[in-house]
Ligand binder design. Structure first.
Ligand SMILES: Nc1nc2c(c(=O)[nH]1)N[C@H]1C(S)=C(S)[C@@H](COP(=O)(O)O)O[C@H]1N2
Ligand SMILES: [Mo]
Length: 198
């Protein structure tokens, strides 16, 4: 969000502010093993890529500060994320021209979908640190995506792969009644609010 905006202009409708950072997970926190962890870019790409944990950690590091809005109505402002920008990950693959969407795949089986356009936004980051500390296991250690402009169920924890799709598909919450786009500013909470453009 724009730095000149006052906090109330930064809080989407129907949201309240929290200072502490709640944990919202469906299912247990997976155990992390650096020896077996990998990260895959696959689907509508010229050639799939698989990175080890060391290789992922060697990618260029960036910091940015963004807001976080959960559809259960809490928002947390000014989260300082450290990690890898989407452009620095995408430099590793060549997307096919037909790629339009992405599916994020997590340890434990959670998935969530995004349009390629939202994924490519310059404020989307593959984060491993938050407010100066490594992510807690419950918050997604060793790697989560953060998509500040959409409801936080799109900010996949324990991320292991990005699949590029030529057609729209729905992830875990999106098949269970949540909106396929999830813009908090227009309260796109539930799938029965979807229009033709989604
Ligand atoms: N893998 C995975 N990612 C996930 C979830 C989950 O259950 N599993 N929950 C989502 C939801 S609903 C929200 S609000 C945010 C919460 O992130 P936090 O627990 O770090 O606050 O993570 C999202 N990412
Ligand atoms: Mo959420």
């Amino acid at each position: 969000m724009n730095k000149n905006q006052t906090p109330s202009e930064r809080v989407p409708p129907g949201q309240y502010l929290v200072e502490k950072w709640p944990v919202l997970s469906y299912g247990p926190t997976p155990r992390f093993n650096p020896a077996t962890w990998d990260f895959r870019l696959f689907g509508a790409v010229e050639q799939s890529v698989r990175l080890s944990y060391q290789q992922f950690r060697a990618l260029p590091q960036t910091q940015l500060t963004t807001d976080f809005h959960c559809v259960t109505t809490w928002s947390r402002l000014d989260n300082r994320w450290e990690g890898v920008l989407v452009k620095d990950v995408l430099a590793l693959v060549r997307l096919k021209a037909e790629a339009r969407h992405v599916m994020l795949h997590c340890d434990g089986g959670y998935t969530t979908n995004l349009s390629l356009e939202h994924f490519l936004d310059s404020d989307v980051i593959f984060a491993h640190r938050h407010d100066g500390q490594d992510l807690e296991p419950d918050h997604g250690w060793p790697l989560r995506l953060v998509v500040p402009k959409l409801y936080a169920w799109k900010s996949a924890k324990w991320l292991r792969g990005v699949e590029f799709l030529t057609e729209h598909k729905r992830g875990f919450w999106e098949v269970r009644g949540y909106h396929t786009r999830g813009n908090p500013w227009t309260e796109e909470r539930y799938s029965d609010q979807e229009d033709d453009e989604t």
